[in-house]
Design a protein around this ligand. Structure first.
Ligand code: SF4
Ligand code: SF4
Length: 339
């Protein structure tokens, strides 16, 4: 992205009606830290602009990155971190053990990146302490490394882990059994080491597997505006052409024409009745069962975002069984110790 486009995006954002008094400026790639000079310049520009306008976001803004961490310790990135440390949320993608990490996160020559990223991960932990949250994605190929990878991350010092099953149709028969077995190992490790008050793992979120309560749902949180290098606007980076397998990109506007509210509206209209299939509407364990509007779009024949995919159905049910076991066993231990 050129500086001119980046600046136009900042001006565009500042011209929007303020509907929220909080904003996250999220730099997402590819790999964002390759462009740290541009990011630093645009961050300064955004802050100057908010100050000039006395913008409500000035009190509550942050810069967020999801990075592969390879450039984390370079002088330029460290200077940026020092400048904006109070306003930063950085997420380094670390998949677990060397084996698991190097399955996917490789250089163009095929070499894995684990050995280079790990010292940077330790620096990140030192600089941001308990606020850091590694991002781990799990699919069929690395399912059998799941428990050792999560335990490895706990031993590295992570206290809070966001783990996601991919929603694409990559799963094979019996994957739910492997997943359940792996999650049992993690549950037992946490229980045996009495870490349940110290480590938070999204798979054991207390509300996971209860019934979805909200009428209006948007599985990704608030809709966002995503800008590409040409100045097109999307509702998520997953709707940009390089993130899609089968469908063309899905643009909701551009810097020159502004936001097309007819194209944005569907993203604001999700509710259970409009996109859950009957089995999900009736399901008693739907809370935190993941799905993604962009994957709906990519996987559907018609290109609708309203046809919820259910590829992780059996895995989610396995997750709920282990989560129930986890909390039941902890409650039993606590009861036993009280009596
Ligand atoms: S995909 Fe399966 S587990 Fe998830 S909400 Fe639907 S029926 Fe329930
Ligand atoms: S559209 Fe999909 S990938 Fe994008 S934020 Fe929502 S759930 Fe995540």
């Amino acid at each position: 992205m050129t500086w001119e486009t980046a600046k136009k995006i900042a001006d565009f954002l500042m011209s929007l009606p303020v509907v929220e008094d909080e904003v996250i400026f999220d730099f997402i790639g590819g790999e964002p830290l390759l462009e740290i000079d541009l990011i630093s310049k645009i961050s300064d520009y955004l802050v100057d602009k908010m100050e000039q306008l006395n913008h409500p976001w000035l009190k509550n803004y942050s810069f967020r990155f999801t990075t592969n961490g390879l450039l984390y310790s370079t002088d330029k990135v460290q200077e940026y971190i020092q400048k904006y440390q109070e306003r930063l949320a950085i997420q380094i993608s670390i998949d677990g053990t060397k084996n698991k990490h190097d399955l996917n996160r490789i250089f163009p020559n095929g070499n894995g990146s684990y050995d280079i990223v790990i010292p940077n991960v330790k620096l990140w932990l030192k600089q941001f302490g308990n606020t850091v949250r590694p991002f781990m994605v799990i699919s069929h190929d690395d399912l059998s490394c799941l428990s050792e990878s999560i335990i490895h991350l706990i031993e590295l010092g992570f206290k809070d882990m966001a783990t996601n099953l991919v929603v694409e149709d990559v799963w094979k028969q019996s994957d739910d059994c492997v997943f359940e077995k792996e999650l049992f190992k993690v549950a037992n490790y946490i229980i045996e080491n009495r870490l349940w008050n110290k480590v938070h793992l999204s798979f054991f979120n207390d509300e996971l597997g209860t019934k979805d309560k909200e009428e209006h749902i948007y599985p990704c949180g608030n809709p966002m505006y995503v800008f590409d290098a040409q100045g097109n606007i999307y509702s998520c980076v997953r709707f940009v052409s390089y993130s899609l397998r089968n469908k063309p990109n899905r643009i909701i506007g551009s810097l020159t024409t502004g936001i097309d509210y007819n194209k944005l509206r569907p993203f604001l209209s999700f509710d259970q009745q409009s996109c859950y299939p009957p089995k999900c509407l009736e399901c008693d364990m739907s809370a935190f069962c993941r799905w993604c509007p962009a994957e709906n779009y990519d996987a559907s024949e018609s290109g609708t975002i309203f046809q919820r995919t259910t590829t992780i159905c059996d895995l989610h049910k396995a997750n709920v069984r282990v989560k129930n076991y986890f909390w039941n066993r902890i409650n039993f231990i606590k009861e036993h110790e009280r009596s």
